[in-house]
Ligand binder design. Structure first.
Ligand SMILES: Cc1cc2nc3c(=O)[nH]c(=O)nc-3n(C[C@H](O)[C@H](O)[C@H](O)COP(=O)(O)OP(=O)(O)OC[C@H]3O[C@@H](n4cnc5c(N)ncnc54)[C@H](O)[C@@H]3O)c2cc1C
Length: 482
């Protein structure tokens, strides 16, 4: 029997262990899978909790359906019927600008419109700002863009102008990556915009064409149709529970923090307390700085590359209100706040408007997102000061009256890897280096996507590489015996 140890019990480690479990199911005695998690519970940043009739997400609250890995995984583990789309009657988002919530123009795709009339009518941009954005249609593509990386800010400024960057792109992107767009790699985060520029000569023209194609495909599509964002009826935590329940035979060791690893004939993994485990393969799904620390004695060059990936801290604040306290809350999924507004919030999801079952009748649940590159100092505040600061913002922005029924702060220190310019080249070097170390595999949100579907896809691919390596070794040793 071969042994594989997975370090890290977030979604990446769980999805990797699960894929190994699936692949080895035909030969149950072929593989022993052990998953080590430093914390006392599985899920990493995923944390769903019920309180007084509210369903609180302390970490991620949804995932994109257009990247299939998360939906596919839910289907395979029997959660398809628990998938929950957004409440279409509330489909609308806002940007907080100059003291009011301005609707994001219909069909706006992160930085650019898919409908020109929506751009023309928006109050988010000044008249010169709109003309500048429309110039995008005739600005020629930058030469050499396909090869060279560029920051998201530089790309948006060059194609659509400064106003689109400051008022639309920056807050939308901060809401996903908690990053400074001046440093964020376009190739690592939104390669689609580069493709649109290259293939259509203009992002707007490319989006308009794709929109036509999508409308046609939608008309002809069969099978279930999902909204852009999906969650699970019982929260994202039920994905963690579902995975754990399904993996019979897998050893889950919570409270086991891998302190040191050594590579001899086999991998040796030591806990802080000195417990020693052995394995033929090691799959590290812990954050990159932790992978760097563990691999320091195995490959110092690999460790140095891993430790070069910077991280930011974020936090969520769930606020439960009686609806009378928020009677003027506009119908929508929530809002994001541009850095130029100098507020404490990155964004706020109207959770009970976005998804059904997040609050009981007559109650409203809000989920605030704070911290990131622009909010580092803010996260230094104590919980009670932080609470007061976000409540001040919420009162000023939404006009919420007295205190909410509860406030729940969940901090995620150094949880968001920052994909700086040149990130993908670094990731290529990391994976090349890793391939040269037999039996070592990496997964996690540090490499090729931070969203849940990206983490799942990457983790499953790492597990498949580990499994096929075992298979190859098996064939080789069988051949030697013959
Ligand atoms: C607040 C927040 C909101 C988000 N919202 C969304 C969203 O709505 N949609 C979306 O798609 N994505 C969202 N994301 C991103 C996504 O949730 C994360 O990128 C993803 O869950 C990360 O999973 P992971 O397993 O790679 O890392 P983590 O969840 O960080 O898990 C790593 C695990 O490794 C463990 N570990 C570390 N060191 C060791 C060690 N030495 N030994 C053993 N275990 C160790 C840690 O304890 C941790 O449990 C959000 C992220 C955050 C923080």
């Amino acid at each position: 029997m071969k042994r594989v140890v997975v370090i890290g019990g977030g979604i990446s480690g769980l999805a990797a262990a699960h894929r190994l479990w699936e692949l080895s199911r035909q030969k149950p005695d072929a593989l022993q899978i052990t998953l080590l998690e430093a914390g006392e519970r599985l899920g990493g940043v995923i944390e769903t909790r019920r309180q007084d009739g509210f369903l609180l997400e302390g970490g991620p609250d949804s995932f994109l359906s257009e990247k299939p890995a998360a939906v596919e995984l839910c289907k395979r583990i029997g959660l398809e019927a628990r998938l929950l789309g957004t409440r279409e009657e509330f489909r609308r988002s806002f940007i907080y600008l100059k003291g009011r919530l301005v609707p994001v123009p219909a069909g706006f795709y992160l930085i650019a419109p898919t409908r020109l009339e929506a751009l023309a009518g928006t109050r988010l941009l000044s008249v010169p700002g709109k003309f500048r954005a429309l110039l995008e249609l005739v600005i020629p593509p930058k030469k050499g863009t396909a090869e060279e990386d560029e920051s998201v800010a530089s790309f948006v400024r060059r194609r659509l102008g400064r106003e689109v960057l400051d008022r639309i792109a920056q807050p939308m992107i901060a809401g996903i990556y908690s990053a400074d767009p001046e440093k964020l790699s376009l190739r690592a985060t939104f390669p689609r915009f580069l493709d649109l520029e290259r293939d259509s000569g203009s992002v707007i023209r490319g989006l308009l064409r794709k929109q036509e194609g999508r409308e046609k495909a939608d008309r002809e599509a069969s099978g279930p149709r999902y909204s852009l964002f999906l969650t699970l009826r019982d929260g994202i935590g039920s994905l963690v529970d579902g995975l754990r329940r399904r993996m019979t035979g897998v050893r889950f060791r919570t409270g086991f923090s891998a302190a040191r690893i050594e590579r001899g004939e086999k991998w040796e993994i030591f806990s802080k307390e000195g417990e020693r485990l052995e394995a033929e393969s090691l799959l590290i799904a812990a954050p990159a700085p932790e992978a760097a620390r563990l691999l320091g004695g195995v490959d110092s060059v690999l460790a140095a590359e891993l430790s070069g990936i910077p991280y930011e801290s974020v936090a969520t604040v769930n606020l439960g209100f009686d609806q009378n306290e928020l009677s003027d809350l506009p119908r929508g999924f929530g809002f994001v706040v541009p850095a130029v507004e100098k507020r404490n919030l990155i964004g706020c999801t109207f959770s009970s408007f976005k998804f059904a079952g997040r609050a009981t009748e007559g109650k409203i649940l809000l989920r605030l997102f704070i911290g990131g590159a622009a909010g580092r100092g803010f996260l230094q505040l104590s919980d009670s000061n932080l609470e007061q600061a976000v409540l001040r913002d919420i009162r000023e922005i939404l006009g919420a009256g007295n205190r909410p029924e509860f406030v729940s702060v969940r901090r995620h220190p150094s949880s968001m890897p920052q994909y700086g310019v040149g990130h993908l080249e670094r990731v290529d070097r990391i994976f090349k280096r890793c391939e040269a170390v037999p039996g070592l595999y990496l997964a996690g949100n540090a490499y090729r996507g931070i969203g849940l579907p990206d983490c799942i896809r990457e983790a499953e691919q790492a597990a498949e590489r580990a499994w096929y390596h075992f298979q190859k070794c098996q064939v080789q040793s069988d051949t030697q015996i013959v």
